[in-house]
Design a protein. Structure first.
Lengths: 221, 221
């Protein structure tokens, strides 16, 4: 049974399942690959539960005018329940999911997962708990977006980027950074120029290079 | 057993519980009363699960500078899990709960509820589902706060108020309205004066009276 070993390690409830339920989940899994910056889920249909094997995905909300706010990113080994809103009926909001790097996922079809979770309370509890964890991430983003000034948020964002990659170079366009922060490119561009004038960073063709991490930290915190 | 009849009607899982678990929940319930505008829960401790019998409670987040954003209100018959974050471990954000009217609640102690929910998957699923429902409410508030202009949000707020009370008078101070919208009193005051100049509402000592609901609606939608 393909995926059996992986799921045995991945899901804490795997050993509670009947052989039949294990087979339902495995046979309804597909391995899907995405290019860099491709739309994975656009909320038009309830696709299923994504487990990220490699790459990076970004989950965001979108306003009618096309403004985006990143709610969180998925790193390898992480799972996204919010694209399976038909499984968790109480989710009534719209999210979008894009790849930020070439990405490989396992996707368990929503109806198969829903069927197994109806029969197994431990599966349902797992899915709900994963969703509530994301609730906490989203509250953090919300408090940042509502209460923290944009220059602080930009500084925090840049510090997070270099600390997660371990590289002082950030290969993102100003447009991409603006999307993460839910603001306009012009605003980010102006703030980056100020930071460059203070010798905190350099702006190159390929992106940004942080020069003075300590000064950036003093803005962020 | 006090509360047994009420819980039998209130909780869908009640009949699944052992007699012992029913007794644990009942004996750890307290009836608590709050005056108008009193703090119910201030996030310093994990109190428990509140069920509102009468009155109205308001759940909000607070910035370091004291700005508030209302996440949702509880009406009679509704329940608040977010003040019991120790029961649902994945909740790691801070919320505050105030009464908006004289209110009467039943409060089930967090540790008793946690203990019973560990033994009974149906209780745990109920608690998690109620939490995820609120996630959707909060996402709506977040999208409003981030994407919708303040004059629209004020108009929507005023329309919601008169439609839920059935009265064209709104007995709230400008300070209170500002808190709901997460903005300053001066901003609300200025917007209300504009609306009064357009004969959409009247500002009195005791609050606001909506005169032209249709015009207000055209601002909101």
């Amino acid at each position: 049974m393909k995926y059996n070993d992986f799921y045995g390690q991945y899901f804490p409830f795997w050993n509670d399942l009947s052989q039949e339920d294990k087979e339902i989940l495995c046979s309804n899994t597909s391995a899907v690959c995405f290019e860099d910056r491709q739309n994975v889920h656009n909320n038009l249909e309830c696709t299923g539960l994504y487990i990220l094997k490699s790459g990076r995905l970004r989950l965001y909300i979108l306003s009618e005018e096309g403004r985006e706010i990143t709610l969180y990113r998925l790193n390898p080994g992480e799972m996204c329940m919010l694209a399976a809103s038909c499984v968790i009926q109480s989710i009534t909001f719209d999210v979008y999911l894009d790849s930020e790097l070439p990405s490989e996922c396992y996707m368990i079809g929503a109806s198969a997962f829903g069927e197994v979770s109806e029969r197994n309370p431990s599966v349902k509890i797992f899915a709900l708990e994963k969703t509530v964890e994301r609730f906490s991430d989203v509250m953090w983003v919300m408090q940042q977006a509502l209460f923290v000034s944009l220059d602080k948020r930009l500084a925090i964002f840049l510090l997070d980027e270099i600390s997660s990659s371990g590289d002082s170079r950030i290969a993102m366009t100003q447009e991409q950074i603006a999307r993460h922060l839910g603001t306009a490119r012009e605003v980010v561009s102006r703030m980056l120029k100020h930071l460059a004038a203070d010798s905190i960073l350099e702006i190159n063709r390929g992106g940004i290079k942080i020069i003075d991490k300590n000064k950036l930290r003093s803005i962020a915190y």
